[in-house]
Design a protein around this ligand. Sequence first.
Ligand code: GDG
Length: 745
Amino acid sequence: MKELKNTKNSGRLIIVAYRLPFKIVREDDQSHLVQNSGGLVSAVLSLVSDQEDSVFSSEEKIQWIGFSENTKEELEGQSLANESFQAHPVFIPDDVNENYYEGFCNNLVWPLCHYFPSLARFDDAYFEAYKTANQLFFDKLDEVIQPGDVVWVQDYQLMLLPDLIRQKYPDNKIGFFFHIPFPSYELFRMFPVKWRKAIVDGILGADVVGFHTNDYVEYFLKAARLVSGYGNKLHYINMSNRIVKVDSFPISIDFQKFNEAYDEPEVIRAREEARESLKEKIIFSVDRLDYSKGILHRLQGFTRFLEQHPEWHERVSFVMVVVPSRDTIEQYQHMKMEIDQTVGAINANYGNIYWQPIIYQYRSMTYHELVGMYTASDVALITPVRDGMNLVCKEYVASRKDSQGVLILSEMAGAAAELGEALIINPLDNQGIADAISEAFAMIPEEQEKRMSAMRERIRDYDVFAWTNDFFTQMLMLEQEHERLKQVFLTNKGIDNIRKAYEASSKRILFFDYDGTLAPIVADPSKAIVSEDVKKLIMEIAKRDTVVIISGRDRRFLDTHFRDLPVHIIAEHGALIKTKGSEEWTLNESYEENWKDSIKPILNMYAKRCPGAFVEEKETSLAWHYRTADDKEYASRRAQELSWQLKNFIQPELNLQIIDGNKVVEVKKTAFNKGTAARSFVDGSDYDFILAIGDDTTDEDMFEALPDTSYTIKIGDDLSAARNHIKNQEEVFHFLSFMVSTIPE
Ligand code: GDG
C-alpha cells in the first residue's frame, strides 16, 4: 500500500454518486441522517481525520451529492448533516429519472457493459435525459464547490459530469471511478457516435480515471484513442494542457469488519442455526437479481452436479439468496420467473420430503445473517457471466477467520484477477461448475486453509481503505507530475538568463532535433529542409561548441544536409552515430537485426488500405507515414488503430517500441532512444552548459535523460518534461541568434 505523506488537501472532499448513502429518519419533527454501512462510506471517512498524514482535515465535513428519493417538500428546511457528512440531495423529476436511470443507465449502459447487447435499448430520449440528469448533478455541485475542493465522481450514471466540472472549474481536482466493466471496443462502438464521444470526453474531464482491472483500463484507453483521438503513453493521456491518469484500482472491502464479525454473538448464532438446520454440506450464494450474475447458469451447473453425483443426494443444501433489484424492468421480471421455475423444477426432480436441494429466498438479509451464512457454508458459489469486481467473494474470504471453506469463482468477475487460489470456473460451462463443486467437497481442510489464507492475506493488504488511499495518492502524484510537465514559455528575461549562462560558460554542448526544430514541418518529409540562415548559425556555433544533431531521420538524409558542418550526428533515434570529423557511421551496439520481418507486413497492409500513406524502412526502424495521406482524418484513425494493434501484437521479448510521432507511427528497438544517445555524450565529461531543443514526443526521452542543470526547450504547447517552451519552430532561429549574440566571433 502506498502511503500519503504530508499531503493534506486544503479543500474539502466532495463525493458525487447516483444515490445518497443515507436514510433520512424523522423523529419528533427532527431529521437525522443515518449512514448506510457500505464499504465506500467507511473508506471515504477514513480519508478525513486529525492525523497529520490523513488526506483531508476533519474540520470540514465530507460533502455528498446524490439523488434522493425524498421529495423537495419532504426535505424542505431540514438540516441534512451528521457529524461527518453534509448531504446535498439532487431532485430529478420522475419522467427524467425514468429515461435517465432506468432508461440510459439500466437499459443501455448496464447491458452493453456486461456484454448483453441484445438487451440494450437505444432511445434518443434516454440520452437527452442522461444529459439533463448529469446537468442537475452539476447544478447542485455548482452550489457547493469551493476553490481547492476535491471532487470524486462515482460510476456509470455520471459519465458526463467530470467534464462539466472541468469546464467551469479547471483548477479543482477531479477523480472518476467506474464500478462496472468497461467493455471492449466492439461493444463500446455500439453506442451512437455522438453518445460515445460524449461519454469518453465526459470521463476525460477527470484528472484520475479508475477501473477495477487492467483489461478495463486497456479498453477505455482504446476507446479514448479511437473515439476522440487521444493517444496514451502508458497510463497517461496527454490532453495538451493537462494529463489524465487512467489506472486500475481493484475495489475492496473492509477486511477487519468481516474478519472480526466471525466472533460476534449474532453471527455465531446465525452460523449455528444454519449448521443445525441444513445438510452436511452447505453451498451459498447471494446476489442482486441481475442477468449479469449468472444465477440461471449456476442452477444448471448445480443440476449437472446432482445428476452426476447421487452420492451427495440428501447430503447437500444450496442456499441461494437473490436480493430484489430493478424488478420493475420487464427483463428482470422475466428472469425472476425463470429462476422461480428452474428452482421449482430442480427441487421437484431431486428433492423429497426430507430434503430440499435448493433453499431459495428472494429477499435481502441482515448483515449478521449474511456473515452467518458466509461462515457456515462449505462452498461459496459465485458465477457471474460478467461482473466489474464482485464484492461478495471478497467478503466471503474476509469472513473466514477459520481459513476454511472453498470459493468457486467465475473467471468473468473482475475479482478473479486477484483471487487465483479460488476454484476458477467458466459460468457457461455446466460441467466445469459440477466438477468444481465435487472438487470442493472433496478438498481436505489443509488444502482449504492454504488457499484461503493466501487470498485472505491479499485482501487484508489491499482493503477498501488501501483502495481509497491508492486512488488519492494517484490524484496527488498527478499534481506533482503536472508541476513537472507544466508549460513555462520563455520570456525575454528567461532568454536573457540562458544567454548569460551561455556567455559565462566555457565548455558547452547543444542538442538539436531536426524536424520541427531546425526545419519546419511540411507535408512531404523529403522537402523539410533546413534554411541557409539556420545552417550558417549552426556552423558558427559549432566552431566553438559541441553541437549534436539528434534526429529520427535516416543517415542518408542527415548526411546530405549536415555533411559539411563540424557537428556530431545521431540518426534513427540513437541507433546510428557519426562523430564530428569522421566519415563512418557506427551502429549502436545493442541493436539486433531480424526483427523487421514480422512487423513490416502489418505496416504494408495498413499503407495499402490508406491511400497516400507509405512505409519507410530505415536501417533500424520502420515508419508508417501518413502526413501525405489523402484523407487526413481517416488516416489518423488508421494510425491509432495501427499503433494499438502493434502495441498488442508485439511480443515483449522482441523489445520493440512504438512511437506515435508527428503524423508517423514508428517501430524501433527499445534498447536505445534519443535519451540514451544524448547521455552517451554528456556522461563522464565536464560540460558546463547543456542545451537541448526539440518538438516531438521522442525528444521527451532526451529532456528526461539530461542532467537537471541542462536547459531543455520544447517547441509548442504540449505537456513536456522540458523546463521551458517556445511557441514555434521559427522562434528557434531568433532564440539561438540572441543567445550567441554577445560572444565575439
Ligand atoms: C457493483 C458492480 C462491483 C448483497 N445482498 C445483501 C447484501 N449485499 C451486499 C454484498 C456486497 C454488495 O451488496 C454487492 O456487491 P457486488 O460487488 O457483489 O455487486 P453489485 O451490487 O452489482 O456492485 C460490482 C461493485 O459495484 C463495487 O464496485 O464489485 O461488480 O456490479 O457488499 O454484501 N448485504 C446485506 N444483505 C443482503 O441481502 N447486508
